[in-house]
Design a protein around this ligand. Structure first.
Ligand code: GLP
Length: 240
């Protein structure tokens, strides 16, 4: 694992974009993915700015979202899809060649899971995957106990995830399941960039990076990835 400690959130976001840009220069027709949530907001904004400025060429690249709350689509507040559309895709003046955003509100959620697998099989493997880390060490919705050989799947959310994630919904929505790219697909990415900021992420980040590789901390599997970068601000990196 390559560990990059950044002065602050802005530097973390810039550094993550640099790493994605480098991957896309090597593989311009590649497939990229960004997590939703608070952590990657600066990263996706910076990415879009650089695309619009002509510094990153995505005209031949494809985009796939990482995960979604089952029950929500990209028009629902707090959804990963809305994050993708508003914070990333909607800001791009020069679009990706193709985009797949998971619809967690699909009537046939099993078909939606299969569509995610199919898209990654067609345009993948991922060239660059930008991930956040959940408070229980999850990646996307690869919750604790996940089979490291999993592809796209629908999974019950852990109690920690449910508790922490009311920050997105308040009392408006109580998610029970998530749909997500699987660990096998993440591990097949040419490059993985795990970003983390804030003191609240320090303990789980240190368990993921310095602890044993175990599916009770799903992000720990990244220790075995051949080109993984952990990009963290000083507060999140305190335990590294
Ligand atoms: C959420 C998402 C993940 C995200 C993580 C951290 O549950 N499913 O994709 O990376 O938890 O979120 P945040 O960046 O808001 O801390």
């Amino acid at each position: 694992m390559n560990i990059i400690v950044c002065r602050d959130y802005e530097e973390m976001s810039r550094k993550a974009v640099e790493l994605v840009a480098e991957s896309l220069r090597e593989t311009p027709e590649g497939l990229v993915s960004f997590a939703g949530g608070d952590t990657p907001l600066g990263t996706v904004h910076t990415f879009a700015e650089q695309v619009n400025a002509g510094a990153i060429d995505i005209s031949r690249a494809h985009y796939v979202s990482l995960d979604e709350w089952v029950g929500l689509s990209d028009t629902d507040e707090g959804s990963c899809g809305l994050f993708n559309r508003v914070e990333l895709l909607g800001r791009l003046e020069k679009p990706f060649a193709g985009v797949h955003v998971i619809n967690g509100a699909a009537a046939d959620i099993e078909a939606e899971r299969q569509a995610l697998n199919d898209y990654i099989a067609k345009y993948g493997p991922l060239t660059a995957s930008v991930l956040g880390i959940g408070m229980n060490g999850h990646l996307g919705f690869n919750e604790d106990g996940i089979d490291f050989e999993s592809d796209a799947h629908i999974t019950p959310l852990s109690d920690v995830t449910k508790r922490v994630m009311c920050k997105y919904f308040g009392e408006k929505f109580h998610p029970e399941y998530g749909i997500s790219q699987g660990i096998r697909q993440i591990m097949a990415a040419k490059r993985v960039i795990l970003i983390a900021n804030g003191a609240h992420k320090a303990e789980i980040l240190s368990r993921a990076v310095r602890g044993e590789v175990t599916n009770s901390v799903p992000a720990s599997i990244l220790q075995r990835h051949p080109d993984c970068y952990v990009v963290a601000d000083t507060a999140a990196a305190a335990g590294l």
